[in-house]
Write a protein that binds this ligand. Sequence first.
Ligand code: LLP
Length: 433
Amino acid sequence: MEQVKANEMGHFLFGGWDAAELAEKFGTPLYVLSEDMIRARCRAVKASFMDKWENALAVYAGKAFLPMAMCRIIESEGLGIDVVSGGELYTAKVAGFPMEKVFFHGNSKTRDEIRYALESGVGRIVVDGISEFETLEEEASSLGRKASILFRVSPGVDAHTHKYILTGHTGSKFGIPLVGDYLRDAVRRAMRSEMVSLKGFHFHIGSQIFENTSHVMAVDVLVKTLAGLAADPGFAAEELNMGGGYGVEFDPSGKSPEIGTFTDAMMVRLSEGCASAGIPRPRVIIEPGRWIVSEAGVTLYTVQTVKPISGIVTYVSVDGGMTDNPRPSLYGAKYWAVAAEKMDEKPSETVTIAGKCCESGDVIAENLKVPPLHRGDLVAVLNTGAYTFSMASNYNRIPRPAVVLVSPGRSDVIVERQTYDDLLRWDRIPEHL
Ligand code: LLP
């Protein structure tokens, strides 16, 4: 991992900044995102996918992290955005993101969201099933706007990841299962529709995946499906969206797989498969989220208490926790952290970094080797750019941290720290109380 660097004072360096300086300037807990690292990842995606293959577009999966500033970065790097709710769509729109490069997802889109997506002119609506298709047709007719869509399918492929983030199996709540005639019937309906232009299909098999085998298997399944649909009912898919899911390594001694590990294998298989089935290779799309932003983020915390329990564990508790990073308690995700002002000291203790929430499960990192830590020390948790801020909550009425975007010589707040007043903003006390 590129993340662990220190300066001559033994301070953790990130995105061209001394972490202690950032903590001093903005307070803790603090999400810090490196603009250069986000851009480098976008460029790697471009070089190894968009520039390498013809008719290939990468769209960033906004659910990983989507403040408006992120939309601006993604736009300037030439990628599209995948949004999954009216709120994400609104964010991208207000940030001025080109709507034709937006893919609108979701297994349970409301009528209002569908209408909003149509009115906004998003590039693609990814339709999750036939009942959604019916609502979409109604809304498209009432607005007099033809919708360009993909059908999401679940290719019946199991990937090796946590079951909460597994999505491509037949029993998944996502997509049209490729069993029976569900998909063929849906395609026939779309082909008959005046208000819908079916461009092709989408699959996403899961997240935080390290081997390409499941992705390649899904491509095989899709090629067969495309060939079958080309024969009956004679539908030629122009587009195939192959989702995201490319894993990142959290252990700083490891290295995340290159995106080409997945995309090269999928593209070769797709091209060969289409050629041998006698169908044209569709335009392709990928949707990486975590791979673009995870390593580009760290979270800074200040130690509040240190509690050694002899022979069992030493808790180092910090000023944030599952409210700003629910992933350890939700998925058992493992994070690494560093003593951000003691990078030159020998790790002599094994500690557990605990959060401040009233939950025993609120633990951020376990069995961490660190130098002795005390109240007021700074801790940096690595690899927190993805699915932390975007999944944050106000449990225990804890305000959300600020998000700072840094690059050498620049540090800008892109999301303000919540205040106690923000917490009360939606509270109303009925008169009789
Ligand atoms: N496309 C679709 C349709 C998706 O549902 C997702 C993720 C992605 C792309 C991006 O996947 P990525 O490249 O980031 O793996 N909250 C969980 C992850 C849930 C991912 C849901 N869908 C976590 O914290 O691990």
